[in-house]
Design a protein around this ligand. Structure first.
Ligand code: L14
Length: 339
């Protein structure tokens, strides 16, 4: 089997580290792996299959020997460096929001719209959707195919890991302070205290009153699945370390029973249904963390409308929401296009 040179950009971050883990777990056919990050962590050492990878500085890294770049750096870094990597001959799978809505960049969840990947040739870039979008479309897709979803109302309960390691430390230190550690930790990564609290803001506000995170869910769902689906979202940060949860309410053109939806979801690749409330069988983020599946629980008919369903959708936001989905995209890419 052909092997590939892979660069993980943002290798020191939460998502970058998961990417390295998942390359190993999925037995991705790597030849050389390069860990690349900002000058802040360049020179540090990361373990990969028992070997030391020395983190290289993105500013001077040469992509000409790299086939696939898995990018998950912060902020505007991808905007600057993804095109540089592409020019050097590398295909980039990018995790930032920068390229997602570019019509010349495919936005892919491999179980949902794998056919879109071929469009990567236009810019050399494939975008990985937002974490909350990915797990939601995993649960929507089989139902949409069977009954045509017309509207989605979603509220999220998002873990702090998506905001980075410093954000996880902020939750930890603020929690300790509540119990009298004596160390006062003012909000820094978040807009308000996150310990023992919930914050109805993720990313910045837009003119329409929604946050950017909310509009990512609206626009990305349309691009990945169907522009006709109308979506409204409220995205909320909760004091959970890892694993995003979502309350998802849908309306469909065709009536679909809870039992039928359960059966469709059970048969959809990547989804695991855990739904037997009488026996406390429903999923929580602590149980989903570290796992690759998107879990669906609490599937029930919405009795306030004619054709509606409610469900509870949970996934590890660093895995299916980011690193796993990116490596799965790379798997499709090498299977169908880089043979
Ligand atoms: O759009 O939990 O990819 O702060 C990734 C981090 C969305 C917000 C994205 C978080 C962002 C997310």
């Amino acid at each position: 089997m052909k092997k590939f040179n892979v660069a993980v950009v943002g290798a020191s971050g939460n998502v970058g580290r998961e990417m390295l883990n998942i390359l190993v777990e999925l037995d991705f056919p790597v030849d050389n792996v390069y860990a690349v990050a900002s000058s802040r962590t360049a020179g540090t050492v990361i373990d990969f299959k028992g070997k030391d990878l020395i983190v290289q500085d993105l500013a001077t890294f040469d992509f000409s020997n790299v086939d696939i770049g898995l990018f998950s750096p912060g902020g505007s870094v991808s905007a600057q460096y993804a095109p540089i990597a592409v020019k050097a001959g590398c295909v980039v799978v990018d995790n930032t929001s920068h390229f997602r809505m570019d019509p010349d960049v495919p936005l892919v969840v491999p179980e949902v719209n794998p056919q879109a990947i071929g469009g990567y040739t236009k810019k050399g870039i494939i975008a990985n959707p937002n974490c909350s979008t990915i797990q939601m479309v995993m649960a929507l897709k089989p139902i949409h195919d069977a009954a045509t979803i017309t509207r989605v109302i979603v509220s999220t309960y998002q873990a702090v890991s998506g905001a980075g390691k410093d954000a996880m430390d902020e939750l930890f230190e603020q929690s300790r302070a509540t119990f009298g550690s004596g160390k006062i930790v003012p909000p820094k990564k978040f807009t308000k205290e996150i310990a023992f609290n919930v914050i109805p803001q993720i990313d910045s506000f837009l003119d329409n009153g929604y946050t950017k995170e909310e509009m990512k869910m609206v626009n990305e769902t349309k691009k990945i699945m169907d522009p006709a689906i109308r979506v409204t979202a409220t995205t909320v940060r909760v004091p959970v370390y890892n694993g995003h949860s979502e309350s998802v309410t849908i309306e469909t053109k065709k009536k679909i029973s809870a039992a039928e939806a359960r059966r469709l979801l059970e048969n959809f690749d990547g989804v695991v249904v855990v739904d037997d409330p009488a026996n406390l069988a429903y999923i929580t983020p602590r149980e989903a963390a570290g796992k690759n599946a998107t879990f669906v629980s609490r599937i029930r008919e919405d009795e306030s409308v004619d054709n509606g369903l409610n469900m509870w959708v949970v996934a590890d936001n660093l895995r299916k929401g980011a690193a796993l989905n990116a490596v799965q995209i790379a798997q499709c890419l090498i299977r169908d296009h880089l043979k």
